[in-house]
Write a protein that binds this ligand. Structure first.
Ligand code: AN0
Ligand code: CP
Length: 317
């Protein structure tokens, strides 16, 4: 594997899960693989899990790690070509990227949707410039349209907890005060559409995701109906995708918060969320603290997902 930007690149899921569970069983088996190899992690946005789990994964593989928070201490970066740089931005991404590439063997990039232009976001302009100009393998640590390391961890977690071959997975929108990207729900939908599980997406009108991500999922606007018989409830907020509301918060309807009453409609479902989560907006305290909540093992599997992907990239160097 060279670049990793989408769970579609996992290929055969059975093989991908087998590799992940091997990594989970013996996390230090490949210490020699990353020896004298450097991972550079570039963050344009905040992170807790991705930063720590990817660093831990690299350390398990014997790699050295450098982390750069672009907005804290580095020069302010211009990202558009052709701009007269007489403002507050001191350096262009087109120099910064190859320079960064010269200091490492593998690059991880976190670059969220900016909601300034749907074309720029859905064209993955920042991530693609790293792929084009760094000269090194690049993997997404959540880009504008997808969060594949999260999705792979989610899928590993479902594989571990599912009680039937074809569980019912319900991804539900839930309210949030700020505009959040569609990367996590897009990517989760992309991943679940690779399985033969029953898959329902539920959200209020106006929050339709891009059709290429919805794929064969059933879209249900009645959350209660969607939740009936669910084996897994995957909650997430996202801002509107459809024009002219791209990037907007259309409502904060707290009747969509995942509560104990909502969970009572399910088949004793497990509750999942990628975290960070706002309690009593997305999910009530009692649901996230219940035995059915698997958000902590889900987050712990981020190490497994990152290490499995990093290992594949190192094998391809
Ligand atoms: C981000 C998002 O919704 O994409 C990161 C989630 C992993 N969440 C926030 O910014 C709160
Ligand atoms: N789930 C996730 O990617 O969390 P962070 O934003 O904290 O990295």
């Amino acid at each position: 594997m060279r670049h990793f930007t989408s769970v579609k690149q996992l290929g055969n899921l059975g093989d991908a899960f087998a590799k992940a569970f091997a990594v989970k069983r013996q996390p230090f088996a490949d210490q020699a693989l990353g020896r004298n190899k450097t991972l550079l992690m570039i963050f344009f946005n905040n992170s807790l899990r991705t930063r720590l789990s990817t660093q831990k994964a690299a350390m398990n593989l014997g790699m050295n790690v450098i982390v750069l928070d672009v907005n804290q201490g580095a020069w302010k970066l211009e990202t558009e070509r052709g701009v007269i740089m007489d403002g507050d931005k001191s350096e262009h991404l087109l120099e910064a990227i190859p320079v960064m590439g010269s200091y490492c063997d593998v690059i991880g990039v976190r670059s969220f949707a900016r909601f300034e232009s749907k074309e720029a976001d859905y064209g993955e302009e920042i991530l693609n410039q790293f792929i084009k100009y760094s000269g090194k393998p690049v993997f997404s640590m959540e880009a504008a349209t997808r969060h594949p390391l999260q999705t792979f961890a989610d899928m590993i977690t479902i594989e571990e907890y599912k009680k039937t071959a074809k569980p019912k997975i319900v991804m539900t929108w839930a309210p949030h005060p700020k505009a959040l990207p569609q990367a996590v729900p897009n990517s989760f939908a992309e991943g679940i559409n690779m399985t033969d599980y029953e898959f329902v997406i539920t959200h209020p009108h106006g929050y339709e995701l891009a059709p290429e991500f919805v794929g064969n999922a059933r879209v249900e606007y009645d959350q209660d109906k969607a939740l009936r018989g669910a084996d897994f409830v995957y909650a997430k907020n996202w801002a509107a995708y459809a024009d002219p509301d791209y990037g907007k918060v259309l409502n904060m309807d707290r009747s969509w918060t995942v509560t104990a009453e909502k969970m009572a409609l399910t088949n004793n479902a497990y509750f999942m969320h990628c975290l960070p989560v706002r309690r009593n907006m997305i999910v009530s305290d009692d649901v996230i603290e219940s035995p059915q909540s698997i958000v902590i093992p889900e987050a712990a599997n981020r190490v497994v997902s990152a290490q499995t992907i990093l290992k594949e990239i190192l094998l391809g160097l």
